[in-house]
Design a protein around this ligand. Structure first.
Ligand code: 15L
Length: 272
């Protein structure tokens, strides 16, 4: 967790969706420093609220539940929805219908800013020898990446038409440490993930902006220059883990699409 001066407290009530998921659990204690009340939401029970928290269960595809969820909220950190490649029906419910419900609720409840957990899989079908920026066209690597591209387009629509601001975070691989060679390029430490989310919440003017979520890795697939106005400055690097990762994965199969494309194993066809 980062040291947070008291002066950074900016929000009355902040909503964190997907609070019981991988990134939601990591962000839960960290985001409390930036608000008076942290409203936590997930589709299933996940235990009691602690001091400074409130819990509201909601399924994203349930329009009425999502309408209630955003009442009295100043800003949203949307980590909810389906976070890996899954059958289309699940992605449709969580990431397409759920996103429309969330943005409609934001519009109706006057919520001004959403930080949206998009994904690097929006551009997963670029090769690993290309450097992609948020200005390049989407090349999703599956239904999951496609749904995140839809989410970004929806965010753009709600900015243009209704003045709801969004920062879409094309998150790379947010884990305690990189698990394989690909993640030496895509890894984002938990502290840098907090830095990115806080920068996205607090940058003064964002409209709809897209930024890749990565640490300060020396080799990377992404160029965040068009998102410099967000003010995200990563302080960690995957380089520390390189010797251990390379020792574990000594050779690369150059005929495997997962080696050639940025999306890694997400680009493979066949069973999930
Ligand atoms: C994602 O979007 C997934 O949510 C996560 O599980 C990782 O697989 C990550 O991308 C990645 O590309 O490493």
């Amino acid at each position: 967790m980062l040291d947070t001066p008291a002066s950074t407290l900016r929000f009355g009530r902040l909503l964190l969706t997907g609070a019981a998921g991988h990134l939601g659990q990591m962000l839960r204690p960290r985001l409390k420093a930036y608000c008076q009340t942290l409203r936590l939401s997930h589709r299933r029970e996940f235990g009691p609220a602690a001091a400074g928290e409130e819990i509201m269960l909601a399924a994203l595809e349930d329009k009425a539940q999502v309408q209630d969820l955003l009442v009295g909220v100043d800003a949203v950190v949307h980590m909810g929805g389906v976070s890996t490649e899954q059958p289309w029906e699940q992605i449709l419910a969580g990431n397409i219908v759920g996103m429309v419900n969330l943005y409609e609720s934001a519009r109706c409840n006057g919520v001004k800013r959403i930080v949206f957990a998009s994904s690097n899989h929006v551009t997963g079908f670029y090769r690993q020898d290309e450097v992609v920026s948020p200005l390049d066209p989407a090349r999703p690597d599956g239904f999951y990446g496609l749904s995140k591209a839809f989410g970004e387009d929806l965010a753009q629509l709600y900015w243009n038409k209704h003045g709801v601001e969004t920062v879409s975070l094309r998150i790379g691989s947010s884990y305690a440490e990189p698990k394989d060679r690909r993640m030496l390029a895509t890894w984002m430490s938990f502290d840098d993930t907090e830095r990115l989310v806080v920068a996205a919440l607090t940058a003064p003017v964002v409209g709809h902006s897209i930024v890749y979520g990565m640490s300060d890795n020396p080799r990377t697939f992404w160029d965040n220059t068009p998102a410099r106005h967000i003010g995200y400055r990563p302080l960690d690097s995957s380089e520390t883990f390189r010797p251990a990762v390379e020792a574990r994965q000594q050779s690369l199969d150059m005929t495997d699409p997962a080696t050639l494309y940025q999306g890694g194993s997400f680009v493979r066809t066949g069973p999930l």
